[in-house]
Design a protein around this ligand. Structure first.
Ligand SMILES: [Zn+2]
Length: 420
């Protein structure tokens, strides 16, 4: 089988600093080897001299709502903005835009119609392009709280993206039902806040409900996440054994310590609030979003420095951020939040792979791992903005197959040097 050999690469491995003059050999769906020697090309092998351009792991977003599709419209209740079949097509569009933005992995954060599970099947069958997906189902919320409040009760239609449950048995059953429909990631709502209707400081599920949901998810090998918009909700979720906390608004020192000790993942998702403010869009309690944002801009760099396992992801597809603009997120954390570039790469690659439970085969550029790779025209460690312009992605490779191949744009004199 012919191989792809990328020579003279600036390698960004995902778990450490960049190295120049590297050769990456891809055979079938895997990275055969990474070396700093010349290419040992055989007949039929394709050799590309990258002339110092970068090779990095495909990125992974860890908070993805494939079905969100409200861009440019008056905001409607998510899940009610269009019929289910239309939203499934919108979900397919979101997956295509995501991989074209350089993301070869995604973790769901809540969707109606068991849409993620179907999208995963369609991607694996090659029907539509898209990243490797950990499917999520509906968000589970206690009756009368958080997402159950997004619409008036007299509409007599359940909110499509939420499932209500009450008591430990109720939460256990709700988790099992989501798993039956294909969820491998369970989403809970510990509080309101973060652009939802009820206040973020209000605890909306009990410790017993939380523990039962976590136990039921783990018993089936599923992972579990919760929307937490106050310090208490974050701490309770970590203590109960959650796998990932969404938002963790109003995070405090005790929360950071608990994250570090437990190794629980944290998706700060600061882009939505920032973009909302820029575009004059607000929701929730007046001033809540601004206060939350100010606090988190200060705390997220501290959490990163302390060693919390941070990951990328946000609410794309609503109001002001369309799908595909995930390409702007790494630069956002470097330029606007002050996170070192190497750390943001780690969030986007190895940390995401570990959350997916696939750290052994994804997230770094190493011999034996799956070949999910990006070739970038330039060095993102020096200028992360390069990733926001999709024309700088010369190649997107998933499992050894090209999703995008514009390596021929590298001047021929450089490309052929290795062949001479
Ligand atoms: Zn979300």
């Amino acid at each position: 089988m012919a191989r792809l050999i990328l020579t003279n690469a600036h390698l960004i491995p995902g778990d450490g600093p960049g190295r120049t003059g590297m050769t990456i050999t891809v055979k079938d769906d895997r990275i055969e080897k990474v070396s700093n020697g010349p290419a040992d090309a055989g007949p039929g092998d394709r050799v590309v001299d990258l002339g110092g351009r970068s090779v990095m792991p495909g990125m992974i977003t860890c908070h993805h709502h494939a079905g969100y599709h409200q861009i440019g419209k008056k905001p409607l209740v998510v899940g009610f903005e269009a019929p289910p079949a239309f939203l499934a097509l919108a979900g397919g569009r979101s997956m295509k835009l995501l991989i074209e933005a350089g993301y070869t992995g995604a973790v769901g954060a809540g969707n109606g119609f068991a849409m993620d599970a179907s999208l995963k099947m369609a991607i694996e069958e090659g029907m539509i392009p898209g990243p490797r997906l950990v499917p999520c189902g509906r968000g589970i919320s206690a009756t009368g709280f958080s997402l159950d409040h997004q619409q008036p009760w007299y509409w007599h239609a359940p909110f499509i993206d939420v499932k209500t449950a009450d008591g430990a048995d109720g939460f256990r059953k709700a988790v099992r039902e989501e798993i039956r429909e294909g969820a491998e990631m369970i989403k809970l709502y510990s509080t309101g806040g973060h652009l939802s209707v009820t206040p973020g400081g209000q605890m909306e599920i009990t410790r017993e409900e939380l523990a039962a949901a976590i136990q039921a998810a783990h018993a089936h090998g599923a992972r579990i996440r919760t929307h937490a918009s106050c310090a208490q909700a974050t701490l309770e979720a970590i203590e109960a054994g959650i796998d990932i906390v969404d938002h963790a608004d109003f995070l405090d020192e005790a929360g950071i310590e608990a994250f570090v000790k437990s190794g629980v993942f944290f998706v700060p998702s600061l882009r939505l609030a920032t973009e909302s403010k820029k575009h004059g869009f607000s929701q929730g309690t007046p001033g809540e979003m601004e206060a939350e944002m100010e606090h988190m801009r200060h705390m997220v760099p501290l959490a990163n420095k302390a060693g919390v396992r941070m990951v990328l992801g946000d609410d794309y597809g609503i109001v002001i951020m369309d799908h595909g603009s995930q390409s702007e997120e790494p630069a956002f954390y470097v330029n606007e939040i002050g996170i070192p570039a190497l750390d943001v790469i780690r969030w986007a690659t190895i940390n995401g792979a570990e959350l997916m439970g696939r750290g052994h085969e994804l997230g770094t550029v190493e011999g034996g791992k799956l070949a999910d790779l990006l070739v970038v025209d330039g060095n993102p460690l020096e200028k992360m903005d390069l990733l926001t312009d999709k024309s700088n992605l010369l190649a997107i490779i998933k499992g050894g197959e090209f999703v995008k191949d514009e390596l021929s744009r590298i001047p021929a004199t450089e490309r052929q040097r290795a062949m001479a």
